[in-house]
Design a protein around this ligand. Structure first.
Ligand code: GSH
Length: 280
């Protein structure tokens, strides 16, 4: 996956760049944004790295322009990797009338239903191809890798961590979809990508995965109490109860008055970066 550079901007002494590379899993070219702090050594290649997974309707631009993560990442010497939320391109099927399915809504799973299965393999892309690309291309120690995300990307971060705790060693999320099998956003996506057999959905449901076994890191979640999607789609309470039942180490903070937006993320992003930095 030799990358093609698309953009390159100096920021807080480091570099905010975007690349395009080929994904076999998604059978298309994928964009990925990377922030590399100044002072990260290309000789030792031992920096910690965090993958950020964005939510519905996002691409590689939302987090890099709205979250304000780079200043603290530069201070902590963390490399940030920001992939896209779905396969892209004219060959990739989409829905015209839905923002929560198709392009911009890959749900970080490997689709099995037609016509989605050919391109919508975001789990394999992130877990296998992107991590291999990170290891080969960036000045990081792949044994110091964490994952975090927002909403649909929070679901992606939780499920990828719970299924691969040795690969994605630390995990945090803003406003995550925690029980997709039980809420409209998740059910709509899973029925389309995975088919109607709900027994196949548990592999992509953070609450179901947690009930199979815990991980040994503290999972941090921030959730705004005024989030317009909280009661219908996010349901933090379901995951909180599962953490308590299973004895999963967790910090779940209900943040009074905050909504679902990047204003909320920008407010608490520093806490998340420090949460990962102290554990990686
Ligand atoms: N129906 C909403 C849902 C989309 C939405 O709120 N997306 C969140 C993630 S679930 C987001 O990050 N949007 C992009 C942004 O705020 O920059 C819309 O299309 O405006």
């Amino acid at each position: 996956m030799t990358p093609t550079p698309i953009s390159h901007n100096k920021m807080f002494g480091g570099v905010q760049a975007t690349y395009k590379h080929r994904s076999d899993a998604c059978d298309c070219d994928m964009k990925v944004a990377v922030f590399t702090p100044d002072g990260v050594s290309t000789d030792t290649g031992d920096a910690p790295v965090l993958i950020w997974l964005s939510g519905l309707t996002c691409d590689t631009t939302n987090f890099q322009t709205k979250a304000g993560a780079q200043r603290v990442a530069a201070e902590l010497g963390i490399v940030l990797v920001m992939p896209d939320t779905s396969p892209r391109g004219d060959d990739v099927p989409d829905t015209e009338d839905r923002y929560d399915f198709g392009k911009g809504a890959g749900f970080y799973l490997d689709a099995t239903a037609k016509p989605w299965a050919k391109h919508y393999n975001m789990e394999s892309y992130i877990r296998d191809e992107l991590t291999a690309w990170i290891s080969e291309t960036l000045p990081v120690d792949i044994d110091r890798m964490g994952i975090f995300g927002h909403s649909m990307g929070g679901h992606g971060a939780l499920t990828l961590h719970l299924k691969n705790p040795k690969l994605f060693k630390t995990c945090s999320a803003f406003s995550p979809i925690v029980a997709p099998s039980q809420v409209a956003w998740g059910r709509g996506a899973f029925e389309g990508y995975l088919g109607k057999d709900e027994t196949k959905w548990a592999d992509y449901d953070a609450t179901e995965l947690l009930m199979r076994g815990t991980t040994d890191t503290n999972i941090l979640i921030d959730q705004g109490t005024d989030d317009q999607f909280l009661s219908e789609h996010l349901r933090t309470d379901i995951f909180t109860a599962a953490c308590e039942k299973m004895g999963q180490d967790h910090t779940i903070r209900m943040q009074a008055g905050y909504d679902h937006s990047y204003f909320f993320i920008a407010t608490f992003i520093e806490d998340h970066l420090r949460h990962h930095a102290t554990r990686l």
